[in-house]
Design a protein around this ligand. Structure first.
Ligand code: ADP
Ligand code: MG
Length: 679
């Protein structure tokens, strides 16, 4: 590759730059205008500007820090350039009388206007200014803009990019040819709108974004095809599931019936199911998981059910074990903190095929776990797992290998609704079922925003609720700095509350508690023996105690939107009126204020997810790991929803009509990153 030296090559690699295409697709984050020179007197207010002048003084000042100070003068005035890190050679470079061009941000300083660490070059005679804006690229330590620019420039000059997209699509969308678009972004025309380039609304950017979305759609569609060629065991015997359903104390909602039909028919097919079950908190996803497990077991296979927290896994185990065992199924549980001897025993029975349903945490995906006849992998709260972890559960099957090897079916569940555009792009390889109906008798949770200065009133309310036989969660604040501090905060909060609420029973549950203690507290709370439960975010997902109807979140301003929504989902699960009190402390940042306002305004998980996406952007929304190594580097799914739709349609057509174009496009855009899309 152009510009590649020993050290540079590894720095380029750290930026993910290996092939010529990688370099060309490494796009600027912004531009600097070096096409003009601004009079020194006009360079002010911290705005980036380029000035040129003669060095009239150059000195090293010792205090408070060794600083190189250069005084630069032109006809309009003078300016100090300051360097806190510098080499001896720089001192010489800035000898008095030299003419220097400096690019930086001028601000008012101790000795009049100054620029700190400007980019400088000594000019000799009549050096022409660049004609185009200077691109600034994302880089890593030790790799300067100049070298990066040179390497990218060389790749760009050698660029011979065939169009991979059908011409009529490009024309209909009003987009420029791809090679032209890339040149326009790396070397904008002198007359180009910098704003349109900066906010990526320029046609050149839209073309690149379209191509990126297209690459993603192509890759997803292709892996969907691959999957349809894979084999899976047919899980077609529905009798055990029917008996399980009949033994439940309630009748399923219409949505649960519909979703169960979709899943049952997927399971009966000889291709692996890859389905996401989406349903707001409390919509009754666990029942569907249980039915799916029963269908697998009834068809002579094993099922695995993985949950992100020990409390949740334990709860699933506690709830599913009795009804399934009543039907003759063998249920076990496995967690990282179980005793080694117990773990070994469970793993042995799983491998021998003596366990039908194994429920647990991440411990399920350890190498030591091997299922004899795994037919179905269920992942609850799937958004809490990384891509690799979600794939790993399925891989625990001892499927044998060679032709005819079968993959287990996979069911993922999430209460965090994925906005439509996201689902369409990130999860195009998933079938999605939606539970859009709550079990009957639920009353919407009332949300109150209360300042921490009114804590006394909240305590009185908690006491009154507990005395009336209701149960209360008290969620401790998140502490960013450290887990230890968070733990201490929880312990302190518990002590204070136990004192304030005496003689009421106040329990405490947090992540560091030994599993047996955790189980004991949760069981006491679930049984109604404990009126108040102080908890860290370990109860954030899945916990189901229908009698709990009051939830207090301390320092609610520190939590993210989806977290608050999940927490609020712990109440409103029974038939009594539920209240969620978000205690906040002033001053609130504008973002925190916005989040609290959203929580106050809506209970709708989809609406909350939409606003969350708006406030945070898709990368953060999905978590770095899930977003597939930042696969969408340029597209923004909110802003570019229309292009995403067009990309999806184009992908379907290209797969039919021009397989060579598909290959070329994917090679260009994805290289080795494609694996990530398969989860
Ligand atoms: P989530 O979708 O958040 O996982 P759960 O599966 O925990 O929801 O269900 C929430 C509560 O609703 C549980 O107590 C469950 O027993 C109950 N439930 C589920 N389905 C029904 C139904 N059809 N009728 C009444 N209650 C139901
Ligand atoms: Mg759940």
């Amino acid at each position: 590759m152009a510009g590649e030296g020993g050290g540079d090559a590894s720095r380029f690699a750290r930026l993910g730059l290996r092939t010529a295409a990688d370099f060309v697709l490494h796009l600027p984050i912004r531009y600097e205008d070096r096409t003009r020179i601004v009079p020194i007197a006009a360079a002010r207010d911290g705005r980036p500007a380029q000035v040129e002048g003669v060095v009239v003084r150059s000195e090293v000042i010792g205090r408070p820090r060794r600083t190189l100070r250069i005084e630069l003068r032109d006809d309009s005035g003078s300016l100090s350039l300051r360097f806190f890190h510098f080499y001896g050679s720089q001192l010489k470079q800035f000898a008095e009388g030299r003419r220097v061009r400096a690019f930086g941000e001028a601000r008012a300083g101790l000795f009049g206007a100054e620029m700190v660490h400007p980019q400088c070059r000594v000019v000799h005679g009549d050096e022409p200014l660049p004609e185009t804006m200077t691109p600034v690229y994302p880089t890593v330590a030790g790799l300067g803009q100049a070298r990066l620019r040179a390497a990218i420039g060389a790749a760009l000059d050698a660029l011979d990019w065939r169009e991979t997209v059908p011409a009529d699509v490009v024309a209909r969308l009003g987009l420029p040819p791809v090679a032209q678009a890339l040149r326009a972004i790396h070397r904008p025309d002198p007359g180009a709108s910098v704003e349109a380039l900066a906010d990526r609304s320029a046609p050149a950017w839209r073309r690149v974004i379209f191509d990126e979305l297209l690459a993603q759609q192509l890759s997803l569609a292709r892996s969907r095809r691959t999957r349809s060629l894979q084999r899976a065991p047919r899980l077609a015997d529905g009798s055990l599931a029917a008996r399980l359903l009949a033994s439940m104390p309630f009748t399923p909602t219409a949505a649960q019936r519909r979703v169960w039909c979709e899943i049952a028919s997927d399971l009966a097919r000889a291709h692996p199911m890859n389905r996401l079950l989406q349903g707001d908190v409390g919509s009754g996803k666990t029942l569907i998981a249980a039915l799916a497990a029963a269908q697998a077991i009834g068809s002579g296979r094993q099922a695995a059910f993985m949950a992100p927290t020990e409390i949740l896994a334990e709860q699933h185990h506690a709830k599913l074990r009795a009804p399934l065992e009543a039907l003759g199924a063998r249920v076990a549980w496995l967690s990282g903190s179980s005793k080694e001897i117990d773990k070994r025993e469970v793993r042995g029975r799983v491998a021998a095929g003596e366990i039908d349903l194994l429920i647990g945490t991440h411990a399920l995906i350890e190498d030591s776990v091997v299922f004899a006849r795994l037919g179905l992998a269920i992942v609850d709260e799937q958004h809490r797992f990384g891509v690799a972890q979600r794939l790993a559960l399925r891989a625990r099957a001892d499927a044998g290998d060679g032709p005819g090897a079968a993959l287990p079916h996979q069911l993922m569940m999430s209460a965090t609704p994925i906005p439509r555009t996201l689902a369409m792009t990130y999860y195009a390889d998933l079938d999605v079922s939606v539970l859009d109906e709550m079990p009957p008798g639920r009353k919407p949770v009332t949300t109150k925003l209360v300042s921490a200065t009114r804590r006394d009133e909240v305590i009185a309310r908690v006491r009154a609720a507990a005395q009336a036989g209701r149960q209360v969660y008290w969620v401790c604040p998140l502490v960013d700095e450290s887990e230890t501090l968070e733990l201490q905060t929880a312990i302190d909060a518990h002590e204070t509350l136990a004192h304030e609420l005496a003689p009421l029973g106040v329990g405490l549950v947090h992540g560091r508690l030994p599993p047996s203690a955790k189980q004991e507290v949760m069981a006491a709370f679930a049984a109604g023996a404990l009126p108040v439960l102080v908890a860290t975010t370990v109860i954030e997902v899945g916990v189901d105690v229908p009698n709990a109807s009051l939830l207090i979140v301390e320092h609610a301003e520190r939590f993210g939107l989806s977290q608050l929504h999940q927490l609020r989902g712990r109440v409103g699960r029974g038939s009594s009126e539920s209240v969620c009190v978000l205690l906040y402390r002033e001053p609130l940042s504008p973002a925190a204020r916005e989040r609290l306002k959203t929580m106050y305004e809506t209970n709708d998980g989809f609406e909350i997810a939409r606003r969350d996406l708006q406030q945070r952007g898709p990368g953060e929304f999905l978590g770095a790991r899930q977003s597939g190594d930042a696969l969408l580097r340029f597209a923004d799914l909110e802003r570019d929803a229309e292009l995403a739709v067009a990309a999806r349609e184009t992908a379907a057509r290209m797969l039919e009509e021009c397989p060579e174009g598909v290959e070329a496009h994917l090679r260009r855009w994805l290289g080795s990153r494609e694996e990530y899309l398969k989860a």
